[in-house]
Ligand binder design. Structure first.
Ligand SMILES: [Zn+2]
Length: 615
């Protein structure tokens, strides 16, 4: 079987460049279309064309000794054509790698992290080819990747351009059975801190980079165990993978994750780990990405069953892929016994607040916002919140409304997790992707026609649920804290009083205030980033004219706004006098299903599993 051989040299990480070579056997070339190589333009899970090829240097074919390298002809933004030659071909190129995010490639003196989508030129039409990926790293670095390793052949332990292995480096070999597997397994290396253990008999690992002198919380292993158990319980109790790796990138700020079938990369502020809110967000992020091991990486829409790595892959179902996952992530922290009921309800109320401030939900449905992810969600601008929906947060709200509706309709017998589990069993377990019809059919079976209609209302049109009614069914009151205060509808940028966004239909919108205006004064009082809230509170009255002085492209202007009564922020409070039916539905919804348990015995990965995480 023909096999590609990549060599990635990260042995001099301070150069911020990776030197890569690719050997293509003759039989693999024969199968490739027009002798072309391509680089993906996006990474599954992050729905934006990112044009990774802009970081590539010239791509050259290297001949035998004494032959000058021959440049490949570029035939598209991300495609290269090999010159016509006989036999196997060796290609050489460099990739600039200095963007530390879960979806890109980065190398510095402390660590290397990359998605293979950013690095591996692959023969067009050769997506089923297996590959050996030989990586040279600084000596003393370890690595973590979901791809299995293989023993290096004697002549393989050589970096790209050197004739002998440098004493300051070490070389490893990964194997990928095809392009999908290579793309779905990011690579992390550095001075890593690692913890290996088993959950439900399956090896799990947490690998951390960038913690510095921050100590990982001692509860991490126990809490991740409970999260894995809680996620498995949603889908019937077993795990869909043979091992799982949490790759954790810690930095000074930031928050994000990317899902893969057998691993995930989490990016998080290192200091937030020791803040209760930050820690819960980290565990919730891990729960989110782990939930994707079922929802998205395995069970996924038919249109994403086979990825087209070069073009936008459109789907109208991101409200399920991301919205349901964003709903279950916090819920899993509750079920796992990590977040309290109060903490969960507080976090969920944040989703409701953000939904209420999002006028785009009256313009573009969740289904339409899913389709437009490629040009909207990943490219937010000053008008995004007026023109479209965030299918994460609003998708989570829609998921909650549907879940509570199912519970009400079935007297607590079923919930959204039963829908998710049956959809998984009917589609992925039968080797196919799902359609909206599959979702509706499962919903019909689980909770009847009324539930199908509810879903339609939530995702196909305006998202404007009757929150009082939704939560009354489970004995929870929706309280508006601080409602009635003067509200203008302005958001400022972080630096001061320059307008970042104007809420459509708000008082400021009606007064003609525009994004990028700098607000200078309210009435006769100067405002700054530090005092504008206090000034607003002091001089503004609901329904009374308020003079605003602003600068627009260097010219001073005035506008008169009439503040409306603000909606305040939502607090969800269990009603003390709820009926027995309401209490039963509430307890079913907010049950702590998995009591915290001690993790299983240590794994067999060769790394000693400490009783306390030593990270
Ligand atoms: Zn997600």
């Amino acid at each position: 079987m023909a096999e590609l051989v990549f060599r990635i040299d990260a042995g001099e990480p301070a150069r911020r460049e990776l030197e890569i070579s690719l050997e293509i056997p003759a039989e693999a070339l024969a199968a490739s279309a027009d002798r072309q190589l391509f680089l993906p333009t996006w990474t599954p899970g992050s729905y934006l064309v990112r044009e990774y090829a802009r970081q590539l240097g010239p791509v050259e074919v290297v001949g035998g000794a004494g032959d000058a390298p021959v440049r490949c002809q570029k035939v598209a933004k991300n495609r290269f054509r090999l010159p016509a030659t006989q036999g196997a071909v060796r290609v050489r190129y460099r990739v600039y790698a200095h963007e530390l995010s879960v979806r890109t490639a980065h190398v510095d003196e402390l660590q290397a992290y990359w998605n293979h989508a950013c690095l591996l030129l692959w023969p067009v039409g050769g997506e089923n080819l297996a590959a050996r990926i030989i990586v040279t790293l600084p000596a003393g670095w370890s690595h973590a990747c979901a791809l299995p390793t293989a023993t290096l052949a004697a002549d393989e332990a050589v970096a790209v351009e050197t004739v002998a292995e440098r004493p300051t480096t070490r070389t490893i070999c990964l194997v990928a059975s095809d392009l999908d597997r290579a793309i779905d397994a990011p690579f992390l290396a550095g001075k890593l801190q690692r913890l290996d253990w088993d959950v439900l008999g399956v090896p799990h690992s947490i690998v951390c980079s960038g913690l510095g002198s921050v100590t990982a919380p001692a509860t991490l292993q126990q809490d991740f165990t409970a999260i894995v158990q809680s996620a498995a319980a949603v889908f019937g109790g077993s795990l869909p993978y043979e091992r799982y790796l949490f790759q954790c990138l810690f930095t000074d700020s930031g928050h994000g994750g990317l899902e893969h079938a057998d691993s995930t990369t989490l990016l998080m502020s290192r200091t937030a780990l020791h803040d209760r809110k930050g820690y819960l967000e980290f565990v919730s992020l891990a729960a989110h990405e782990l939930f994707h091991a079922w929802n998205v990486k395995r069970m996924r829409p038919r249109e994403l069953w086979r990825y087209d790595y070069e073009n936008e892959n459109y789907t109208r179902l991101l409200w399920l892929m991301e919205g349901w996952t964003a709903y279950f992530d916090d819920l899993l922290t509750l079920r796992a016994g990590i977040a309290s009921r109060e903490e969960y309800l507080r976090a969920f109320a944040g989703n409701l607040d953000r939904m209420r401030g999002n006028q785009g939900r009256f313009v573009l449905s969740l289904e339409e916002s899913s389709f437009d992810a490629w040009i909207r969600l990943y490219r937010p601008d000053e008008n995004t919140r007026n023109s479209s929906q965030n299918y994460y947060g609003n998708g989570a709200v829609a998921a909650a409304c549907l879940d509570l509706r199912i519970r009400k309709l079935t007297a607590g017998a079923n919930g959204l997790e039963v829908v998710a589990r049956r959809l998984f069993e009917r589609t992925f377990a039968n080797g196919r992707g799902y359609t909206r019809d599959d979702v509706d059919a499962v919903l019909l079976d689980v909770a009847g026609t009324a539930a199908v209609e509810t879903l339609g209302h939530l995702v196909d049109g305006t998202l404007d649920p009757d929150l009082q009614q939704v939560f009354a069914d489970v004995g929870i009151a929706v309280i508006d804290d601080g409602a009635g205060a003067p509200f203008l509808g302005l958001t400022f940028d972080a630096s001061g009083t320059t307008v970042a966004a104007v809420q459509r239909g708000s008082a400021a919108d009606a007064a003609g205030i525009a994004p990028q205006d700098e607000l200078l004064a309210l009435q006769d009082l100067r405002v700054t980033g530090g005092n504008w809230r206090a000034v607003l509170k002091a001089v503004a009255r609901v329904g009374e004219p308020l003079t605003m002085l602003y600068s627009r492209r260097g010219m001073i202007g005035t506008a008169v706004a009439v503040p409306s009564a603000g909606q305040g922020s939502i607090r969800l409070r269990p009603v003390p006098g709820a009926t027995a039916e309401q209490v039963a539905l509430r307890d079913g919804w907010l049950a702590t299903a998995c009591a915290k348990q001690q993790p299983d015995a240590a794994g067999d990965s060769g790394n000693a599993a400490p009783s306390e995480p030593r990270m």
